[in-house]
Design a protein around this ligand. Sequence first.
Ligand SMILES: [Zn+2]
Length: 81
Amino acid sequence: MADQSRQGAAEETTVWVPALLCRRCVRLLSRHVRDVTGVTSFEVDAARGLLRVRGDVDAGHLRAALASAGFAGDRCEHRRP
Ligand SMILES: [Zn+2]
């Protein structure tokens, strides 16, 4: 009973996304994360650049999805200065 946080399918994956800098990033990223296989829910901590995903998710797939959305680096690539 002390171990309620572990419920098999409800795994959590946290990915650091340093490029998550603006609101546009959050919206864009949310759209792509939703499409990743196995994602049941997710939350974005834009202030710290963290993406927390729940579900049976392959971290490699998640990173690939982020990369294709333009979040591979440490700054937003869709935003022109
Ligand atoms: Zn951005």
